[in-house]
Design a protein around this ligand. Structure first.
Ligand code: XLS
Ligand code: NI
Ligand code: NI
Length: 439
């Protein structure tokens, strides 16, 4: 089988001053940052779907990429060629992990028996490829949104037969993830939402989604999978409204169905944007709720409102995100998955390298800046000082009191609290100066 990346080099660290565009400037995998190797901090993953599944089509036009495995039908031979090309890219980039949906890695099949056989064949090959190339699985998932049967949802479909088909796919994808030693299993509910309330029973759909998730958790324990189950919030697209709207919505959903200790979140930068939040807001909210799991790294476009899935290129944005990740204690089973795709005109194999190199270096440089901010200590010191009143005499005095007693203290002390500066501009200046100084 010919190597799709045959004339392209393996990407290595060459330092910030290199003129070599096929090299890492900031990602030095063995460099110690806050006592931990960069590779272990960031746990980068390449995704199958954008780089190998998507042919470069959009809603107005067909595929532009002319990848060899897209030339004819997606049969067993084409799927094998695609898998081999994917592992060749993982090697070129020298990144430790990858992610996939069942349909990304397998030949097309129409009936349920054929689907299961084609997927099992693909998983056997992935197991062999992982061992041969020394790559690991960050997470697996099932595609419960592409096929027409899922047009009205999977777990939230009005049709119980669709719910059962989804159960078959998730059972197999979860067991495959377990067999491949995956660190997490993801559920992104692309069609778990609605187009119009005129035809939708929200209560029933939420209960079915809660039940489906409970069944997944139960099965995870039954088969002995020790990875983390992750929900990936997104407010809309493809549905008008998605039930996993944002991290706060998912946190409340998990509590309602008693799953808050079983399931965490996979936070995607572009989904945060679509929900009207910053990326770091979603991470901080997850950390505060004890459900921070993993990251889908990408970015949107400030001038339009859809999931453009571009490779990240803002060190500023990623620095603020990494400060929150480091404050939350870093990843346990999670990592930085590039849920990002090159533009439709970027038709060459080398464009896949440029996209990933840019993303990797942006995140790596942001890690250095975030670590520098934490070592510098001024941000944390200011925050600690800002809340110090709660550990002082008055804060302690009111800690265990009821509303009326607290009110009486306010009256008794004749309280007249004065505004204090939040020093936002000073803190923003510290961040900007730190990013500028990072080497
Ligand atoms: C789509 C999602 C999807 C998930 C995996 O917007 O980001 O790619 O990450 O199903
Ligand atoms: Ni994603
Ligand atoms: Ni997305």
């Amino acid at each position: 089988m010919s190597d799709y990346f045959a004339d392209l080099p393996r990407i290595a660290y060459a330092g910030p001053d290199t003129r070599d565009e096929l090299a890492y400037r900031w990602y030095d995998k063995d460099r110690l940052v806050l006592g931990k190797r960069m590779e272990d901090h960031l746990r980068f993953a390449v995704c199958f779907w954008h780089s190998f599944g998507w042919p470069g089509s959009d809603v107005f036009g067909t595929g532009t990429f002319r990848r060899p495995w897209h030339a004819g039908a997606n049969d067993a031979a084409a799927a094998a060629t695609k898998r081999a090309a994917a592992f060749a890219l993982f090697d070129r980039l020298d990144l430790p992990f990858y992610c996939f949906h069942d349909v990304d890695v397998m030949a097309e099949a129409s009936d349920i028996g054929g689907f299961r056989r084609a997927f099992a064949e693909a998983v056997g090959d992935l197991e062999r490829l992982q061992a041969a190339h020394g790559r690991r699985l960050l997470w697996g998932t099932a595609n419960l949104f592409g096929h027409p049967r899922y047009a009205a949802g999977a777990a939230t479909s009005p049709d119980p037969e669709v719910f059962a088909w989804a159960a078959s796919q998730v059972r197999d994808a979860l067991e495959a993830t377990h067999r491949l030693g995956g660190a997490n299993y993801v559920l992104w509910g692309g069609r778990e939402g609605y187009e119009t309330l005129l035809n939708t029973d929200v209560r029933r759909e939420l209960d079915n989604l809660g039940r489906f998730l409970s069944l997944v958790v139960e099965h995870k324990h039954r088969i002995g999978f020790t990875g983390t189950i992750l929900i990936e919030p997104k407010p809309m697209e493809p549905t008008k409204h998605q039930y996993d709207f944002d991290v706060a919505t998912v946190a409340a959903f998990l509590q309602r169905y008693g799953l808050e200790r079983e399931v965490k979140v996979n936070i995607e930068a572009n989904h945060a944007t679509l929900a009207g939040h910053t990326f770091e807001h979603e991470i901080a909210t997850a950390a505060a709720s004890g459900i921070f799991g993993s990251i889908d790294a990408n970015r949107g476009d400030p001038q339009n409102g859809w999931d453009t899935d571009q490779f990240p290129n803002s060190v500023e944005e990623l620095t603020l995100a990494l400060v929150e990740i480091l404050r939350a204690g870093g990843f346990t089973t999670g990592g930085f998955n590039f849920d990002a795709k090159v533009r439709r005109q970027s038709v060459d194999a080398v464009d896949l390298l440029h996209g990933h190199i840019g993303g990797v270096d942006t995140v790596a440089r942001a890690l250095l800046a975030a670590a520098a901010l934490i070592e510098d200590g001024r941000l944390d010191a200011f925050k600690a000082e800002r809340y110090a009143g709660w550990d002082g005499p008055f804060g302690r005095e009111i800690a265990g009191l009821d509303l009326a007693a607290i009110a009486q203290r306010a009256v008794d002390h004749g309280l007249a609290p004065q505004p204090r500066s939040g020093r936002q501009e000073r803190l923003e200046g510290i961040v900007a100066a730190t990013i500028a100084g990072v080497r």
